[in-house]
Design a protein. Structure first.
Length: 471
C-alpha cells in the first residue's frame, strides 16, 4: 500500500534533496521534517519552538516576527518581507547546500520568495502568485460552483446601502451572512439577524459589493486535497472550529479543527463533501493550479446538504494537525505526497490509484487561542512548549514536538506558535495552538466540550497577557 510505506523508505525517496520552505509558522514543518529533508524555513510568526526545532532537527528558521517582536493577525503579506530582511543569511544557506538538489517550496504565495528562487537558480515549488491572487477572490470561485452544477446557497452580490434588510430577509430568511470578495479569518464576514446588524454591516462594508446569502447554521466542514492534472486526492475532512467564545473569536473567525468530530456528521454529507472537492479540484487544474488546496463548507442541519463557501489555495491551519496525525498513524501524509509528486519522486498515477487511503480517519483536534479584539497584548509569563496534562492543574509533563510524543488522550501538545516572553501580540492574532487526541466539538449543539474550555483557560493564564500599547 502506498500510504503504508515505512518512514525510512519515504526518506529514501528524498535522498540528495535539500528543501527550503516558506510558511506561516515554523512549527508547520514538523509534519514534513520527519520524512522530508527540510533544512531552511522562512516564516511569519516567531516562537521559542523554532529554537527547539533548530536544535533537535538541524533546521535554520528565520521569522519576520523575531525581527519585529510583533505578531499580527492574518498577515500573510509579511511573508514578502522575510526574504529581504534576511537575504544574506538565506543565500549563505543556499550556497552551503549547492551540492544537492536545492528546492524552494511555499505553503503561502509570496512574490519575493518566487523572485529569490529565480535569482538564485533554485527549483521552485509554488503556484504562480497571480493565480493564487485570483483564487483568493470569492467571485470566480462562486461562479465556478454554479457552472459545475454544485450546490450553492441562493445568494447574490449586492451593496448593502442599496437594499433594505426586510427586503433581503423576505427573500432569504431573517438570518443572513454577508462576505466581501476578499478577507481572512472572518475579517470580511458579517452575520446579520436584525435591522441593527444590517446597519452595522453597512457601515463596515460601505459601498463595496458583498456576497449575501442565507445563514444556514454553525457547523462548518473543512477539507484538504491535492489537485493533479489527472485527478484529485481528497483527505479525511474535519469539523472546523470557528467563533468559539472560549478563545475570544467572534463568529466567522477560524480557531481550529476537530477531525474526531467528523464521525458525528451524517456520512452522506461527508461523502458529498469529498465528491464536491474532487470536482472543484478538476476546475482548479483547468486553471493551471497544482498541489494542496482547501475548502470550507457549511452544513445545513435541516437537509444535511453541504455547501462550499470558501476556497483556500494554500496550506491551511488544518493541514498542520492532519500531517502530524497521518505521520503518527504510519501513513504517507497528503502534504508529503504533494512534495514527492511535485519533485517527480512519486507519480501522480501512483498517488491517485491509492487515493482512498487518504480518506481513512485520523485522531487529532487542534485549537487556536486568539487575543482579544480590544487592544494589543504583551506576554509576561513564559510558557514552555511541549506536553501538558489535561487533568488536575494541567501541568507541564515533558518536552515534545509531535503527536507521536503523546501517551494518550489525557495529554495535549502545546507547540503551535507559542509566543516568546515579552512578545507583542496584535488584537485578534493567534496566541498559540494546542493539539490532542480528544474530540473538542459537540456537533449536536455546535458547542465545545468542557475539557477544551478548561484547557484554553489554563493556557491563557500561563501566558499572563496584559494590555500594551502598540510600539
Amino acid at each position: 500500500m502506498l500510504l503504508r510505506r515505512s518512514a525510512q523508505s519515504v526518506r529514501d525517496l528524498f535522498r540528495g534533496v535539500w528543501i527550503g520552505w516558506l510558511c506561516r509558522g515554523g512549527y508547520y514543518c514538523l509534519g514534513l521534517s520527519a520524512l522530508c529533508p527540510i533544512r531552511l524555513v522562512l516564516c511569519v510568526d516567531d516562537s521559542p519552538v523554532d529554537d527547539i526545532i533548530g536544535q533537535r532537527e538541524g533546521i535554520r528558521i528565520f521569522s519576520q516576527g523575531r525581527i519585529t517582536g510583533r505578531r499580527l493577525e492574518g498577515n500573510d503579506s509579511a511573508a514578502n518581507e522575510i526574504v529581504p530582511s534576511c537575504r544574506a543569511e538565506i543565500e549563505a544557506e543556499l550556497r552551503h547546500a549547492a551540492a544537492k538538489r536545492v528546492v524552494l517550496a511555499a505553503s503561502i504565495a509570496s512574490r519575493t520568495f518566487s523572485a529569490l528562487a529565480a535569482d538564485t537558480g533554485c527549483e521552485l515549488i509554488a503556484n504562480p502568485p497571480d493565480l493564487v491572487d485570483l483564487l483568493n477572490d470569492k467571485g470566480p470561485f462562486l461562479a465556478a460552483i454554479e457552472e459545475l452544477g454544485l450546490p450553492r446557497l441562493p445568494g447574490r452580490w449586492v451593496r448593502l446601502s442599496g437594499r433594505r434588510y426586510g427586503e433581503l430577509a423576505g427573500e432569504m430568511g431573517a438570518r443572513l451572512v454577508a462576505q466581501l470578495a476578499r478577507g481572512t479569518s472572518g475579517s470580511g464576514t458579517a452575520f446579520i439577524e436584525s435591522e441593527a446588524d444590517y446597519e452595522a454591516a453597512g457601515l463596515r462594508f460601505g459601498e463595496r459589493d458583498v456576497w449575501i446569502a442565507p445563514d444556514v447554521g454553525e457547523i462548518s466542514i473543512n477539507v484538504n486535497a491535492l489537485a493533479f492534472s489527472s485527478g484529485t486526492a481528497v483527505s479525511y475532512p474535519s469539523v472546523q472550529l470557528e467563533g468559539l467564545q472560549m478563545v475570544h473569536a467572534r463568529r466567522g473567525m477560524y480557531c481550529g479543527n476537530d477531525y474526531l468530530a467528523t464521525a458525528d456528521l451524517p456520512s452522506a454529507s461527508v461523502d458529498d463533501v469529498v465528491e464536491q472537492t474532487a470536482r472543484i479540484g478538476a476546475w482548479l487544474t483547468s486553471l493551471g493550479y497544482r498541489g494542496l488546496f482547501g475548502l470550507d463548507f457549511v452544513l445545513d442541519p435541516a437537509s444535511s446538504r453541504a455547501y462550499a463557501v470558501d476556497l483556500n489555495p494554500r496550506w491551511q491551519g488544518s493541514t498542520v494537525p492532519l500531517t502530524l496525525a497521518e505521520y503518527k498513524a504510519g501513513r504517507l501524509p497528503l502534504a508529503v505526497a504533494d512534495l514527492a509528486c511535485r519533485l517527480g519522486l512519486l507519480s501522480e498515477a501512483e498517488v491517485l490509484r491509492n487515493r482512498d487511503e487518504f480518506l481513512e480517519p485520523v485522531r487529532v483536534s487542534h485549537v487556536s487561542l486568539r487575543c482579544r479584539e480590544s487592544s494589543w497584548w504583551r506576554v509576561t509569563s513564559a510558557l514552555q512548549p511541549g506536553i501538558y496534562s489535561l487533568s488536575g492543574e494541567g501541568d507541564f509533563l515533558r518536552e515534545g514536538l509531535r503527536l507521536n510524543d503523546l501517551e494518550g488522550s489525557g495529554e495535549m501538545l502545546v507547540i503551535g506558535g507559542v509566543p516568546r516572553l515579552g512578545a507583542l501580540l496584535a488584537p485578534k492574532s493567534h496566541a498559540l495552538r494546542f493539539s490532542s487526541e480528544r474530540q473538542v466539538m459537540d456537533v449536536a449543539t455546535a458547542r465545545p466540550l468542557e475539557w477544551s474550555v478548561t484547557a484554553a483557560q489554563r493556557l491563557y493564564a500561563s501566558m499572563a497577557l496584559v494590555p500594551a500599547p502598540a510600539e
